[in-house]
Design a binder for this molecule. Structure first.
Ligand code: NAD
Length: 237
């Protein structure tokens, strides 16, 4: 059965792999794009790109209106969009801190709240939040990012309890190191130091994150809510 799926930040990296996986399975997929054009491969899969900065509630409302018009209410939401602004605490400005929280945590709040309007009406829904192993373990230089990603866990678990009786599930995927634009900027010695701590001795792929997200949105996961699933090669255990 084809569902209306929204993947925030679905134009590249992990979000692109998630959007591709749902579209290839026959779902009606929309992605938010903050800027630029969506990749050709998504357009050819019939994915609907919607211009939206998730830090702007007005743009979120507009995006949902467009998606509802074309695909119907969102039945599966993947809150994937996220940013980093790494800095050691004493060099981290308040803006570095609040802007990461505003995108990664409050941005998720904006899109989840709006999606739930339709999910409550439909008496069903699936929400998957993309956190990070850093939100569970912490990481030097990433206090802002870790706080935002840990926040997603409390957010999802509270909503799992609040809305479980309405047949809406909230689960969290916590990727470890994944090959993407976010990790491509690492210097060789940083990559080696990172891999040293990963039992599986390699970075994950975006497709491996997408597979877990799809599982959590599938019927096979119908009795799973409030779960946090690390997809991290064993890094966070
Ligand atoms: P990426 O930088 O390649 O992609 C991030 C996406 O989020 C982009 O599409 C970007 O446009 C979008 N985005 C950022 N701010 C936005 C805003 N204000 N409004 C709308 N869209 C916005 O990163 P990625 O590696 O693909 O990461 C995807 C998610 O996975 C993020 O939440 C990230 O924190 C998380 N994650 C990544 C890794 C990794 O190793 N790459 C590890 C753990 C968690």
């Amino acid at each position: 059965m084809s569902r209306s799926v929204l993947v925030t930040g679905g134009n590249r990296g992990i979000g692109l792999a998630i959007a591709r996986a749902f579209a290839a399975a026959g779902d009606k997929v929309a992605i938010t794009c903050r800027s630029g054009e969506p990749p050709e491969e998504l357009t050819s899969l019939g994915v609907l790109p919607v211009r939206c900065d998730i830090t702007d509630a007005g743009q979120v409302e507009q995006a949902y209106k467009e998606i509802e018009e074309k695909h119907g209410p969102v039945e599966v939401l993947v809150a994937n969009a996220g940013i980093t602004k790494d800095q050691l605490l004493m060099r981290m400005s308040e803006e570095d801190f609040t802007s990461v929280l505003d995108t990664n945590l409050t941005g998720a709040f904006r899109v989840v709240k709006r999606a739930n309007r339709g999910m409550l009406r439909a008496k069903k829904g699936r929400v998957v939040l993309v956190s990070s192993v850093v939100g569970l373990m912490g990481n030097p230089g990433q206090a802002n990012y870790a706080a935002s990603k840990a926040g997603l866990v409390g957010f999802a678990r509270s909503l799992a309890r609040e809305l479980g009786s309405r047949n809406i599930t909230f689960n969290v995927v916590a990727p470890g190191w994944v090959q993407s634009d976010m990790t491509a900027v690492l210097a060789e010695e940083q990559r080696e130091a990172a891999l040293d701590k990963v039992p599986l001795k390699r970075f994950g792929t975006a497709d491996e994150i997408a597979a877990t997200v799809r599982f959590l949105a599938s019927d096979d996961a119908s009795y799973i809510t409030g779960a946090v699933i690390p997809v991290d090669g064993g890094l966070g255990m």
